[in-house]
Design a protein around this ligand. Sequence first.
Ligand code: FAD
Length: 424
Amino acid sequence: MESRTASACTQPSTKRRVVIAGGGYAGTTLAVRLGKALRDEDDVEILLIEPNPCQQALSELDLVAVGPARAEFCELWLPTLFKDLPVTVCYNRVHEVKPNDHVLTVGPRNGPHEDVPYWRLVLATGAIAFVPPVPGLAEHAVTMWSVADAQELQRRIEAQFRAAAMIADRDARVKALSFVVIGGGATGIEIVGTLGQMLPKRMLDAGLDPADLRISVIEGRPDVLYDLSDALRKRARKRLEHLGITLYTGSMVSAVEEGLVRLADGTEVNASVLVFCGGAKADPDAISWSMEADPSGRLVVDETCRAVGHEDIYATGDVAAFRDPKNGRTLPMLAQFAIRESEHTADNIVREARGQALTPFIPHMHGEFVSIGPSYGVGWAFKVNLAGLPAIVMKRLTYLMYWFSVGGIKLTWKRTREMLSMQR
Ligand SMILES: Cc1cc2nc3c(=O)[nH]c(=O)nc-3n(C[C@H](O)[C@H](O)[C@H](O)COP(=O)(O)OP(=O)(O)OC[C@H]3O[C@@H](n4cnc5c(N)ncnc54)[C@H](O)[C@@H]3O)c2cc1C
């Protein structure tokens, strides 16, 4: 079942309505799992509220931003995913949540808004790119948090290729072909690695000389990929050097001007195209929804992923702050946790629908992989470090597992074929 209008979600219903706000990794996983489990329950209905018709698979964005993938590669069509499931999609955005009335409102920021009552609500509205107030940064940099961002980077790369092709002076051409990524965490390294592997090929296709290319990554901390072990960071640095990427570590960006990044230690880095991958923050609307939030703005949830103090509201994914009972730390914003929390929440909602007790969510991190270009990766799984082809295979396997969980064998086969054709 599927709908394209707001009225579908505002129609009165006698059923117990589970409303899911946000159709990213968390919301889509939840809707699919719940839809499968409740297929035969006539008195429960599932409503997903999401403004976009596609789920954007953000962890695959680098392949779209620089190539070789088309934008569709990281877009999963919601009507296809829910074709045979009892999930109604309301293409709208959640405006406000009124926990005391057990109602949320949908509609554009400036109204009009309509009420949607719920029996259970799952907030899964994710996060947005966080750009710190460094002079010139927001004005000149492209962020990397949506397919639109990836397409904007594509556009800027192409514009620089066109400009460089017409410049006779070598120094000026090198300046025009200077690409800089700010942020040496996983996202920044994935983008810069893909730039490093793909741009020389694309330059050759355009008749440009790859020797004119300059790619840099800037990280304020003393090293890139700070969450990984020393050994893996070393492999990552070696790979970046092999791709001809210059690393600037240990100094923060102090200002950005047209074509130039200034670091606090006085270094100047030419940047005709600048990408900012320095951080994210939870959906900023969430803190206005009368629920407890942590200092970073994520909604605080208990061990069952319920918003503290609200028995009928869950929050999962990037918008939620789940504290790992093993070490007391809040789980990082990662798709793997968004997916696990949502699977567990779906199971808990099924338990509630059947009058059973909830169970706590116990997070486990079984591995982490970062691609550095489409054919190389670093990371670990089950305490074993991997680098190179095995690591990139593991990373792609995580995509496969996700595609299978939300789209079954058909989607997995289609996407695998697309992915293999890109490796050639
Ligand atoms: C470039 C990049 C690479 C990444 N790589 C990895 C990786 O390799 N591995 C990994 O584990 N993680 C990775 N991540 C992190 C991962 O993508 C996030 O942790 C994950 O997207 C979180 O899922 P989510 O469902 O909480 O949020 P999202 O996937 O961001 O989905 C949120 C959804 O909510 C919708 N929404 C927002 N506001 C509203 C509203 N008011 N009403 C209705 N809907 C709303 C949005 O349209 C969106 O569809 C990466 C992130 C980026 C940006």
